[in-house]
Write a protein that binds this ligand. Structure first.
Ligand SMILES: [Mg+2]
Length: 322
C-alpha cells in the first residue's frame, strides 16, 4: 500500500468527535479551540524500539503505550485531555501493522473523548513513535512539581513495581506463562493512565511515575525544596508482584526504582485524601509524608530507618543537589 493510500484508509477512523476540534486531519494543520480562561497543556514523548519497548512488542501494544504515556503526563498536571498527534517512523509501513497500531492507540484513548488531530509517517531504519498530547486546565489549578509542602501526605495510585517485573518476565515464552506473569507484562505494555482531574484543587504537587518512584518523587522534592519519609511497608503491591518476588527487600527495590508504571504520585493535605480517592476511580495509597528537611528517608512501620544500600541504591545521587 502506498503511503497516501494507507493514510486515507486510516484517517476515515479519525473523524473529529469534539466540538472544539474545529478542523482535524486532512489540512496542513489542525484547528483547535481552547476554552476561555484555560491554559494549553502540552507534552510529547518519543518511544524507540528496543529502548522504550522490547523489539518484539506487538503493533497494538506500541500504539497503546505511546498514547497512554502521553495521556499520563497530562493527567499528572490535572489537565483535561483533548487532542493528540502521532508521528511514526518505521522500516515498513505495512497496512495490517499500521491498522493494529491505530487499534492500540484508540484503545488507550478509550472513552476519554480525545481526538487524534494529526499525524505523520516516515520510513526509517529504526521504529520510532512520537506522540504529542494536548489538553487544558485553568491556569491556577494545574498541579505542578514545585508546590509540595511539609505536612502533605504522599500518595500513589494503583500498585508499584509491576512494569519492571513485567520486563523481567518478557520473552519467557507464552506457552508456559503464568497468569501472574501475563498480568505483569500487560502492565508493562498497556499502562493505565489515571484520572488526573481528581487532583484538581486538592493536590499540591504531582508527577507520573515513568522512571521509578524514587527518581520521580525526587523531582518533586528538588523542585519544592522539601524532603520526604517513605513508609516501606505501605508500598501498594499487586498479587502478581508478590508471586513474582516473594523476597521483601528485592520487591521493594523494584517498587522504588522500577520504571514504566505510569501511576500518579501526588502530595496533598491529609484532609483531601478521601475526596481524591473517591474521584480517581482506582486505589489511592498513602506511602509517606513531606517534611521540611531536604532528603529522603525510608522507614518501616515502627519508624526505624532503612539503609538505602538495602535496595542497592546507595548514595541517592539525585538528591545530592539538596
Ligand atoms: Mg511525567
Amino acid at each position: 500500500v502506498r503511503e497516501f493510500e494507507l493514510i486515507k484508509q486510516l484517517t476515515h477512523r479519525l473523524a473529529p468527535t469534539r466540538a472544539d476540534t474545529l478542523l482535524g486531519i486532512g489540512d496542513d494543520a489542525a484547528l483547535l479551540a481552547l476554552p476561555a480562561g484555560q491554559a494549553l497543556v502540552v507534552t510529547t514523548d518519543t518511544l524507540v524500539s528496543g529502548r522504550h519497548f522490547p523489539v518484539d512488542t506487538s503493533a497494538f501494544d506500541i500504539g497503546y503505550k505511546s498514547v497512554a504515556v502521553n495521556l499520563s503526563d497530562l493527567a499528572a498536571m490535572a489537565a483535561t485531555p483533548a487532542w493528540l498527534t502521532l508521528a511514526l517512523a518505521a522500516p515498513t509501513l505495512d497496512s495490517t501493522w499500521c491498522t493494529q497500531l491505530l487499534d492500540g492507540a484508540l484503545a488507550a484513548i478509550g472513552t476519554s473523548g480525545v481526538d487524534i488531530v494529526g499525524g505523520d509517517t516516515t520510513r526509517s531504519e529504526c521504529l520510532t513513535i512520537t506522540v504529542t498530547a494536548m489538553g487544558y486546565c485553568p491556569i491556577e489549578q494545574a498541579v505542578r512539581r514545585d508546590s509540595a509542602r511539609a505536612g502533605d501526605v504522599i500518595a500513589v495510585t494503583g500498585t508499584l513495581g509491576d512494569a519492571a517485573a513485567g520486563l523481567a518476565e518478557w520473552g519467557h515464552g507464552a506457552s508456559d506463562m503464568t497468569a501472574h506473569a501475563a498480568y505483569l507484562i500487560d502492565r508493562l505494555c498497556r499502562p493505565s493512565w489515571r484520572n488526573g482531574l481528581a487532583m484538581r484543587g486538592q493536590a499540591h504537587a504531582a508527577c507520573d511515575i515513568s522512571d521509578g518512584l524514587c527518581a520521580d518523587l525526587g523531582h518533586i522534592l528538588a523542585a519544592s525544596t522539601v524532603g520526604a519519609r517513605l513508609y516501606m511497608d505501605a508500598l501498594p503491591t499487586s498479587n502478581a508482584l508478590l508471586a513474582y518476588q516473594p523476597d521483601a527487600d528485592a520487591r521493594q527495590r523494584l517498587q522504588l526504582t522500577g520504571g514504566d508504571d505510569y501511576e500518579l504520585c501526588m502530595t496533598l493535605p491529609p484532609a483531601a485524601v478521601a475526596s481524591v480517592a473517591d474521584a480517581l476511580g482506582c486505589p489511592l495509597t498513602i506511602i509517606g509524608e513531606i517534611v521540611a528537611e531536604p532528603g529522603l528517608s525510608l522507614v518501616d512501620a515502627q519508624g526505624a530507618e532503612y539503609a538505602a544500600q538495602t535496595y542497592g541504591i546507595g548514595g541517592w545521587d539525585h538528591f545530592a543537589e539538596l
